[in-house]
Design a protein around this ligand. Structure first.
Ligand code: IFM
Length: 449
């Protein structure tokens, strides 16, 4: 059921500046966070993780989530009402492997529905829900992923033009394998680096599989943000540079430059030089997920809790709070100019090796239907994005995270990122109610046409 809109859009005294012609506007979601229908897919590493007490803060699971699997028609109607050009969703690998291919039928139906509504489907082929039994520490998982990609491209490629290989391999490595706060819950610290390498290899193999299937519009969704040193002291500068290496350069440079940044290549498994040739398969655009900058200083010798993540004392850096900024319900600082900064930094660092950029995620967690904080966040970030365009960065699209409130991983349902509220208190109805930000984004899109 879809309820009437919470409020009408507020008057924009200063409209968002116009983005270049052909700019792609969309919203994003991911399979595990919204689909539910757990019995109609194979298990994933997230099912085992959420079953362990204490892993998810509110004790919830994604077994039903938004039940998008059964309610996708309603959700496509919401997309059409919003007036977006494109919808970024993810294809669940455990669902694709289910039964005799009936899992893929779901994406067939979804893509048909999107096309009928005039919304371009933009699938992400891996968004953290690894099939149970597979492991990114194994090199073979990269080859298995390429098979999955070929299968999906074969089925959907007649209607899907734009593809995303992976979502945020950095977070999947860091949170899932180094710090253990996401599935599969490993705390390997720097021994998690092979997970990064195998995902990057999987990306390169996926690009090859997509090209073999005739795809011409391929990207990745990498998370990036500026890293601000806590002070100008050498120890803080060094710690910040190291964090920048891990968050930004480790995942950008193999793809864009065909090499690992200093010292990291030696730590990776296998024939790294030959793998880098695969990893650097050219992409048509580069996706950036941006939420906030990170302030980083020298280690403080103690465990630090930051943004819901406990960082052990032995790390060679410590993450600090950025003071003097509003924060989202997640405690993340709201820093729109960080988006301009990360894009202009990449433009300067990588020059013409950086393909056109698409913002594949940007958004914030706030409670409430009259979500003026979210409107302010999106308004500020779109202006910041436009400043990057004015500064010469070739930006081709922007996707809000997220269409719906959903299962926010280890936080459960406590963090609401949606333009549309979902009533998780009433699991039989899971009523969708567009928030004020939905109307605001819809009106902003109209002003761009
Ligand atoms: O919900 C996540 C998403 O799955 C990946 N990027 C960040 C979002 C907000 O935490």
């Amino acid at each position: 059921m879809i309820r009437r809109m919470a409020t009408e859009s507020r008057d924009a005294a200063h409209p968002i500046p116009r983005f270049p012609a052909g700019f792609l506007w969309g919203v994003s979601t991911s399979a595990h966070q919204i689909e539910g229908a757990v019995d109609e897919r194979e298990p994933s590493v997230w099912d085992a993780f959420t079953a362990e007490p204490g892993r998810v803060k509110d004790g919830s699971t994604a077994a039903v989530a938004c039940d998008h699997y059964h309610r996708y028609g309603e959700d496509v109607a919401l997309l059409a009402g919003l007036g977006v050009d494109a919808y970024r969703f993810s294809v669940s690998w455990p669902r694709v492997r289910f039964g005799d291919g009936s899992g893929l039928d779901f994406y067939d139906r979804l893509v048909d529905e999107l096309c009928a509504a005039g919304v371009r489907p933009v699938p992400t082929l891996f968004h953290w829900d690894l099939p149970a039994g597979l492991d990114w520490l194994d090199r073979d998982t990269a080859a298995r992923f390429a098979d999955h990609v070929a299968r999906v491209a074969d089925r959907l490629g007649d209607r899907v033009g734009k593809w995303i290989t992976l979502n945020e391999p950095a977070e999947h490595t860091l949170l899932g394998h180094a710090l253990g706060v996401h599935a599969p819950g490993r705390k390997l610290l720097f021994d998690a680096l092979p997970v990064a390498h195998h995902q990057l290899l999987a990306h390169g193999l996926a690009v090859r599989a997509l090209r073999a299937a005739g795809a011409t519009d391929i990207g990745i969704a990498n998370s990036h943000g500026p890293v601000w040193p806590a002070s100008r002291e050498p120890a803080d500068l060094e710690a910040a540079a190291f964090y920048d290496l891990l968050l930004n350069r480790l995942f950008a440079e193999p793809l864009l430059l065909g090499r690992y940044p200093e010292g990291l290549g030696e730590l990776m498994p296998g024939d790294v030089e030959s793998d880098l040739k695969v990893i650097a398969e050219p992409v048509d655009w580069y996706g950036v997920n941006y939420y906030a900058p990170t302030k980083v200083g020298a280690p403080q010798g103690t465990e630090i809790e930051f943004g819901g993540v406990v960082m052990p004392a032995e790390l060679p850096f410590s993450v600090r709070q950025i003071e003097g900024r509003p924060v989202t319900d997640f405690g993340w600082p709201v820093v729109p100019e960080g988006l301009t900064e990360v894009l202009t930094t990449f433009h300067e660092r990588y020059g013409d090796r950086l393909p056109p950029v698409v913002i594949t995620e940007n958004g914030c967690s706030y409670e409430g239907l009259d979500d003026q904080d979210r409107i302010a966040y999106l308004d500020g970030h779109l202006r910041a994005l436009h400043r990057a365009v004015e500064a010469g960065v070739d930006v081709r699209g922007y996707f809000v995270w997220s269409l719906l409130d959903n299962f926010e991983w280890a936080e459960g349902y406590a963090r609401r990122f949606g333009l549309v509220h979902v009533d998780f208190e009433d699991p039989a109805a899971l009523t969708r109610t567009p928030k004020a930000s939905y109307a605001w984004f819809r009106d902003m899109l109209r002003s761009q046409r």
